[in-house]
Design a binder for this molecule. Structure first.
Ligand code: NAD
Length: 484
C-alpha cells in the first residue's frame, strides 16, 4: 500500500461532527491510508462575516489535497450568505455531481427493492449560471447556458463511469422537444459520444416522462446523465423513492478537485444526541476511497456496512420493530461496522470495485473545427406599455425602421407571434421581441445594427436587450418563433 494520502476534512455543523467522528473511526479501522487536514466551514465561519462560509486557508487546503470529505453545514437564516456547496463547485470546477441511489431492502423500507441507479448531473451550467435580469416592469429573465464542451464533458464522464463501475446502460434525459437548441445540443452530443461506447446500451427520455418513470419504476434505470436543473430534481425524487435520503452519499467531481458528502443536511433537531445515522457520509467516504485509488478499503467498508444493516444493528431513523435487532447510537453503529470489517453481506450483493484500474477518471474532449459564423439579423427586445398594448401599433411604427436591408420581420410576446397577423386573443405583457432580418437572408454588419437601434430609440422606444441572429456553417443558430 502506498504512503498516506492527505485529504481535507470539515466536521461541519449540527450532526456533522458526530457523523464525521464515526466515519473517520471506520476509515482508520479499515486501514484507509489517509491523513486529515481539518478545516472549519459553515455556520461559525458565516457568522464571522465570511459570506462564502469558508476561510481563505480552507481553499488553500483544497488546492493542496484536491480531495474534500465534508460534513453537512447549517446555512444561517437571512440573506447575504452564499451557498458553500455552490462556491466550492464553481471555484474548483466540480462539473459532475454523482449520486448513487440504491435500495437496501428489506432493511430500509422501499417500494422498489431492486433499484440501483446512479444519477450523473451536470453541475456548472444551465439555469444555475445565475445570470438573471429584470427587464421590464412585468418580465424577469434567467438565462439557460448550455455549452458544447460542458455537455461533452459530463456525457463522457457518464460513459466512463459506466465502464469503470460495470454499468450496462446510460440514459440521457433532456427536454429537447421544446428547447431544441440548448437541450438539443446535449442530446445530440449524447448520441455522438454513445457511438464510442458500443458495449453500453443507451436511450433517451424526455425529462417529464423520465421523472415519472423514476418515481414509478426506478429499477429500470442504471446510469442517468442529465442537465443541472433536471438532475437536481430527479436526484431527490430517486433518493426519496429508493429510501436512500438518509443513507445516500454524493460526489462532486472536477478535473483536479473532488468533494464527497452525505446528501442529507445538518439535522439540527438531533444534533449532539448521538442519534444520527452516519451512513450517508460513510457512503460518500466510500466513493472517495475509490476515487483516490483505495478500492480494497472501499469494498471492505461497504461490505461491513451492509452486513451491519443485515444484522439489524440500526440507528433510530431506520429502526423497524420486528426487523431490527438493536437500536444503536451513532458511535455504537460505527463500532458495529468496525467489528464486521472483513465480513460480507449474506443477502445483499457484496460491493466489488475495480482493483486494477485505480487511476482517477480523466476526461478528454474531442478537438472540434470552428464553424463559420455569419450575422444575419437581430432580435431587439423592447419595453412598451402604450396604446392598450396593441401589437399593430408597435408593429406599424417599427416598420418605418430600415438599416442596410434589415427590416422588421415579426414581433412576438412571450415567444408567440403577435405581428403581423397575430391573434387578438393572445395575452401581451410589456416585453416585445422584435425580429429584424434582411429579406434575402444576406449577412449584415454590427454597424447596421447600431444604426437600427438608433432609429428605434429615435422613435421613442426603450430597447432593453438585443440578441443577434447568427448562422453557423449556414445552419440557423436561433429558434423560430411560435407561429413564425
Ligand atoms: P436535514 O437533512 O438536515 O434533516 C431532515 C430530517 O432528516 C430531520 O428530521 C433530521 O433529523 C433527519 N436526518 C437528516 N440526516 C439524518 C441522519 N444522518 N440521521 C438521522 N436523521 C437524519 O434537512 P433540513 O432540516 O431541511 O436542513 C437542516 C440544515 O441543513 C439547513 O441549515 C440546511 O441548509 C442544511 N443543509 C445542508 C446540506 C449540506 O451541507 N450539504 C444539505 C442539505 C441541507
Amino acid at each position: 500500500m502506498s504512503s498516506k494520502r492527505k485529504i481535507t476534512v470539515a466536521y461541519g455543523d449540527g450532526i456533522g461532527p458526530e457523523i464525521m467522528k464515526a466515519t473517520i473511526a471506520i476509515l482508520d479501522a479499515a486501514g484507509a491510508q489517509l491523513e486529515y487536514d481539518v478545516i472549519e466551514i459553515g455556520e461559525q465561519v458565516y457568522l464571522k462575516g465570511i459570506s462564502s462560509g469558508m476561510e481563505p486557508k480552507a481553499f488553500d487546503s483544497l488546492r493542496e489535497t484536491k480531495v474534500f470529505l465534508k460534513s453537512p453545514i447549517t446555512t444561517p437564516q437571512g440573506g447575504g450568505f452564499k451557498s458553500l456547496n455552490v462556491t466550492t463547485r464553481k471555484s474548483f470546477g466540480l462539473y459532475a455531481n454523482v449520486r448513487p441511489c440504491k435500495a437496501y431492502s428489506p432493511f430500509i423500507k422501499t417500494h422498489f427493492p431492486k433499484t440501483d441507479l446512479v444519477i450523473i448531473r451536470e453541475n456548472e451550467e444551465d439555469l444555475y449560471a445565475g445570470i438573471e435580469h429584470r427587464q421590464t416592469n412585468e418580465v424577469f429573465q434567467c438565462l439557460k447556458i448550455i455549452s458544447q464542451p460542458g455537455s461533452e464533458k459530463i456525457i463522457r464522464y457518464a460513459f466512463e463511469y459506466a465502464k469503470k463501475y460495470g454499468r450496462k446502460k446510460v440514459t440521457c434525459m433532456t427536454k429537447d422537444n421544446i428547447m431544441k437548441l440548448a437541450d438539443g445540443l446535449f442530446h445530440k452530443t449524447f448520441d455522438e459520444i454513445a457511438k464510442e461506447y458500443p458495449e453500453i446500451q443507451t436511450d433517451h427520455k424526455i425529462i417529464d416522462i423520465g421523472t415519472a418513470l423514476i418515481a414509478d419504476r426506478p429499477e429500470v434505470f442504471d446510469v442517468i446523465v442529465t442537465l443541472n436543473l433536471y438532475g437536481d430534481i430527479i436526484s431527490d425524487v430517486a433518493a426519496q423513492v429508493t429510501g436512500s435520503v438518509g443513507l445516500g452519499g454524493s460526489a462532486n467531481v472536477g478535473d483536479e478537485v473532488a468533494m464527497f458528502e452525505a446528501i442529507h443536511g445538518s439535522a439540527p433537531d438531533i444534533a449532539g444526541m448521538d442519534l444520527a445515522n452516519p451512513s450517508g457520509l460513510l457512503n460518500g467516504a466510500i466513493m472517495m476511497l475509490v476515487h483516490i485509488g483505495q478500492p480494497e478499503i472501499a469494498e471492505k467498508i461497504s461490505n461491513a456496512w451492509m452486513k451491519t444493516l443485515e444484522d439489524g444493528i440500526h440507528t433510530g431513523d431506520i429502526y423497524q420493530e420486528g426487523l431490527s435487532s438493536k437500536k444503536v447510537g451513532t458511535q455504537e453503529f460505527a463500532q458495529a461496522v468496525i467489528e464486521r470489517l472483513g465480513q460480507l453481506p449474506a443477502k445483499m450483493i457484496p460491493a466489488a470495485f475495480d482493483k486494477e484500474d485505480t487511476k482517477p477518471m480523466t476526461i478528454k474532449l474531442k478537438p472540434r473545427a470552428k464553424s463559420v459564423k455569419e450575422l444575419t439579423g437581430v432580435d431587439v427586445f423592447i419595453d412598451w406599455d402604450q396604446d392598450g398594448r396593441d401589437p399593430n401599433v408597435i408593429g406599424e411604427k417599427l416598420r418605418q425602421v430600415e438599416s442596410g436591408g434589415l427590416q422588421l420581420h415579426l414581433i412576438t410576446n412571450r415567444g408567440v407571434k403577435v405581428f403581423p397577423e397575430g391573434l387578438k386573443e393572445t395575452f401581451c405583457t410589456d416585453h416585445w421581441r422584435c425580429r429584424f432580418k434582411t429579406a434575402d437572408g444576406s449577412a449584415v454588419k454590427h454597424t447596421q445594427i447600431l444604426e437600427l437601434l438608433k432609429q428605434i430609440e429615435d422613435l421613442g422606444f426603450d430597447f432593453i436587450k438585443t440578441e443577434h441572429l447568427y448562422t453557423f456553417d449556414g445552419v440557423r443558430g436561433y429558434s423560430l418563433a411560435q407561429g413564425e
